[in-house]
Design a protein around this ligand. Structure first.
Ligand code: HMG
Length: 416
């Protein structure tokens, strides 16, 4: 088995428009503090039908190849994690493969399990390389989604959209994954779902939060058991979770990362056999502001400005974390928690690479976000009401793709 495998580089694509979350709150007659302090949001990406899950995926992947000088002849696998599929049969991966003119000798497929599909794809790539079957080739894993609940729903302030492309290889400059330590937890639940043919997701919002926390507790405990066997963490004066330098979570809205972090700490506090004696004191210790500030807060800079990106949310948090602290974290172990409704959670860990800051500088994330245009709530509502199959005739920005038309159920793209 290969010793070092993981994420070599990443690139981010976001829709070109966004709304300010306080504008949305005011338009809905809600106290803005509910969306800012209560949910942790600042801005929310708004896509138009030309910016579909394929064009966002292809833009992120093209950007990754261009920014990092990827030799595409060395790619052997392309996986797209998404819950925003565009066809029951033809995968987004084949569109991306064609738009980027990638080599024929590649395995291509989509991976679907709500927000977990991206991590499932990443692990397929990591373990393919780690097994030796890749024979030196690399993989492209693209997480792409449009989070859409509909106007005036409880889920509305937790929408968003975008894509994160990951290059996975034996040169893990961003994150060397601890292969085989993953903890997973699956349950058959109806917390969030989108029946075939519907554009908007259905969600049992408060129940979905409970499902997330329940699944992640199982996943974290599974990881912790394996990490202890390997001597990576131990029962000590510091909790096992505190022995990870940072922990990144699936971020449907930023406040969820705070709840998730308290849950991880609660698992440790409950299982430690020492520490606070009463459930109330344990809850209090789990919610430690100092721990949240030190281990989580800095990962949320991009998520707060983009919103939920389903499969890509965890990887947007990774991008935000390494963008903020790539140099400082070099050589340090971090934890990552992926959750997909339905449900499946996976907790894994990895060591940040020495070249993380250099790789992230090439991703140029400040420019990617700065290029966006703030739109009014009227314009956002107009965009939301456009039919999915009639994209506006807008010329794609250089280096990006757009859906140009759908003719006889065939999608045509322009750009890059
Ligand atoms: P809601 O019922 O409108 O909001 O929906 P709320 O009443 O629960 O309030 C939200 C927070 O704001 C609360 O904080 C309030 O106290 C606070 P908390 O108690 O939770 O810490 N609040 C205020 N704070 C300051 N000033 C105020 C104020 N008022 C209230 N004035 C909900 C919230 C998240 C349920 C809704 O937006 C929703 O349904 N979102 C979609 C579902 C979702 O995101 N679920 C997350 C877990 S499932 C998941 O992550 C998977 C997913 O990504 C999909 C996938 O896997 O594919 C969704």
């Amino acid at each position: 088995m290969k010793k070092r495998v993981g994420i070599e580089a990443l690139a981010v694509a976001v829709p070109r428009r966004y709304v300010d979350i306080e504008d949305l709150a005011r338009a809905r007659g809600v106290d803005p503090a509910k969306f800012t302090a209560g949910l942790g949001a600042k801005e929310m990406a708004v896509n138009d039908p030309g910016e579909d899950s394929v064009s966002l995926a292809a833009t992120a992947a093209a950007r990754l190849i261009q920014q990092q000088g990827v030799d595409t002849s060395k790619l052997g696998m392309l996986v797209v994690g998404t819950e925003t599929g565009v066809d029951h049969s033809k995968p987004i991966a084949s569109h991306v493969h064609g738009l980027l003119k990638l080599p024929r000798g590649m395995r291509t497929f989509d991976s679907q399990h709500a927000c977990y599909g991206g991590t499932a794809g990443l692990m397929a790539a990591v373990e393919w390389i780690a097994s030796g079957a890749a024979a030196g080739r690399s993989a492209l894993v693209v997480c792409t989604d449009i989070a859409r609940y509909g106007l005036k729903t409880a889920g509305e302030p937790t929408q968003g959209g975008g894509a994160v492309a990951l290059l996975v290889s034996e040169t893990p400059d961003l994150l060397a994954v601890d292969v085989g330590l993953n903890g997973v937890s699956t349950a058959d639940v109806y917390d969030f779902w989108r029946p075939v043919g519907r554009r908007e997701a259905l969600v049992d919002g408060h129940y979905s939060i409970t499902c997330y926390l329940d699944a992640m507790a199982g996943a974290y405990r599974g990881w912790r058991e394996r990490a202890m066997e390997q001597g990576l963490v131990r029962w000590d004066s510091k909790l096992p979770s505190e022995q990870l330098s940072r922990i990144l979570y699936h971020v449907p809205f930023c406040k969820m990362a705070r709840k998730a972090h308290a849950q991880v700490r609660l698992c440790d506090l409950e299982d430690s056999g020492s520490g606070p004696a009463t459930p109330e004191a344990r809850d209090e210790a789990a919610k430690s502001q100092a721990s949240y500030d030190a281990q989580v807060a800095k990962s949320l800079g991009l998520n707060a400005r983009v919103g939920n990106v389903y499969t890509a949310s965890l990887y947007l948090a990774l991008a935000g974390q390494l963008h903020a602290e790539g140099a400082a974290l070099a050589g340090q172990r971090i934890g990552l928690l992926s959750y997909g409704s339905g449900s499946c959670a996976e907790f894994y860990s990895g060591v940040v690479g020495e070249k993380a800051a250099e790789r992230m500088a090439r991703a140029d994330l400040d420019t990617v976000l700065a290029k966006r245009e703030r739109v009014s709530i009227e314009e956002y509502e107009r965009l939301m009401n456009l039919p999915y199959d009639a994209p506006e005739a807008i010329a794609p920005e250089p280096g990006t793709f757009r859906l140009a038309e759908i003719h006889e159920f065939r999608r045509k793209y322009a750009g890059a």
